[in-house]
Design a protein around this ligand. Structure first.
Ligand code: FE2
Length: 365
């Protein structure tokens, strides 16, 4: 089956196309909204961006999928994939910014009604986890989900009775066995720990704005942090497996102008990541999982990935994350999770489509 997935929860309008028979991602183009210097995202403005670029990205995805299926020799003459060959349209139904979610829903609903296709609502966090499981070939991982708006430690539910040989060479698994692995994992999800104020990505975004960076994005803070050498003690707040980051942001902000900026970025990042590693370690010891999956936009940060890998190794667990294109918001993960949900019959009619800005992962049924 082929599923087109639309992502539009925040800054990214992405369209992915996944073929579950081939277990192959056929396309994953996206348009990314960049806020002007010193500004955050204004939801209505970001939604306008999505509305402006949406049709182009859908077209691009259909063209890329057509070329991908035609194979190398026929790429030049390959036409776009036809909408008739799709089986469903999946879309991000939350959590996210209301106007942005509305734009993605409108696009999905339009395509569903025009081509007579069912819709599959997908929880954005669930999609990050499925993308990670798919790429890392993890069965039942402890998840550290780190993005702009979310920071959570999560476990899903592995159905009993359907097992696969964990000792088998992962590369030898075919599409059928992968689909089996996919089908026996899912909701209910439990959130073992989470941020009690801002997401760790927002911590970096907000600090980048305080530093008046031209492109105020967390990745710029990470870049400067790599040049930092001296650690300035900052508030380290963790209780059980829950975190807070706003005190850290305020204290680091007060040091701007009094300390080297690279050192401040380094100190901010090290403190936040140490909190994440401590909380995840506690969860790992509690759950005794053998896999730790990092996912979400901040999982692109190699310093965090290395920290979690070292921590997991101490407990005999392996840790991994996916390629950057799947950790950053993208339509591919929505298409992939849409395929899993479609197989479970979780479809709705296009005219019944809704979104929920506060759709937590532990609300997924
Ligand atoms: Fe995300």
């Amino acid at each position: 089956m082929k599923i087109l997935g639309i992502e539009s929860t925040a800054h990214t309008f992405g369209v992915g196309i996944y073929d579950s028979d081939l277990d192959r991602m056929l396309a994953n183009p996206k348009a990314f909204y960049k806020a002007p210097p010193g500004q955050g995202m204004i939801p209505r403005v970001v939604a306008e961006h999505h509305g402006e670029h949406g049709a182009r990205i859908v077209k691009q995805a259909m063209e890329e999928a057509g070329k991908n299926l035609a194979g190398k020799g026929a790429v030049e003459n390959a036409g776009a994939l036809s909408f008739d060959s799709l089986d469903a349209i999946a879309y991000s139904s939350g959590p996210g910014l209301g106007p942005c979610l509305q734009t993605g829903l409108a696009a999905a609903s339009f395509l569903g009604q025009k081509y007579g296709l069912p819709l599959v609502p997908v929880n954005h966090c669930h999609a990050h986890i499925e993308a990670g499981r798919w790429q890392c070939e993890f069965d039942d991982p402890l998840v550290l989900y780190v993005s702009g708006g979310n920071t959570q430690i999560i476990v899903g539910t592995k159905k009993k009775g359907k097992t696969e040989n964990k000792n088998s060479d992962s590369k030898s698994r075919n599409a059928d066995s992968k689909n089996l692995i996919a089908s026996d994992y899912g909701p209910p999800f439990r959130v073992l720990g989470e941020t009690l104020d801002i997401g760790v990505g927002n911590l970096f975004d907000a600090f980048a704005r305080e530093l008046k960076m031209p492109f105020a994005h967390g990745s710029m803070v990470a870049k400067k942090a790599m040049e930092g050498k001296n650690y300035h003690p900052l508030p380290y707040t963790i209780k059980g497996m829950n975190f807070t980051f706003s005190g850290l942001l305020t204290s680091a902000g007060k040091l701007i102008g009094h300390a080297d900026e690279n050192d401040l970025c380094f100190s901010l990042m090290e403190t936040a990541f140490a909190e994440l590693a401590e909380g995840t370690e506690r969860a790992l010891m509690l759950t005794e999982k053998k896999e730790v999956l990092l996912c979400g936009g901040v999982a692109q940060n190699t310093v965090l990935v290395d920290k979690i890998k070292m921590m997991a190794a101490l407990h005999g667990a392996k840790a991994g994350t996916c390629e950057n294109q799947y950790n950053a918001d993208n339509g591919a993960m929505i298409a992939l999770t849409g395929a899993r949900r479609l197989a479970q019959g979780k479809t709705i009619r296009a005219q019944d489509a809704q979104f929920d800005q506060k759709f937590r992962i532990d609300m997924v049924e």
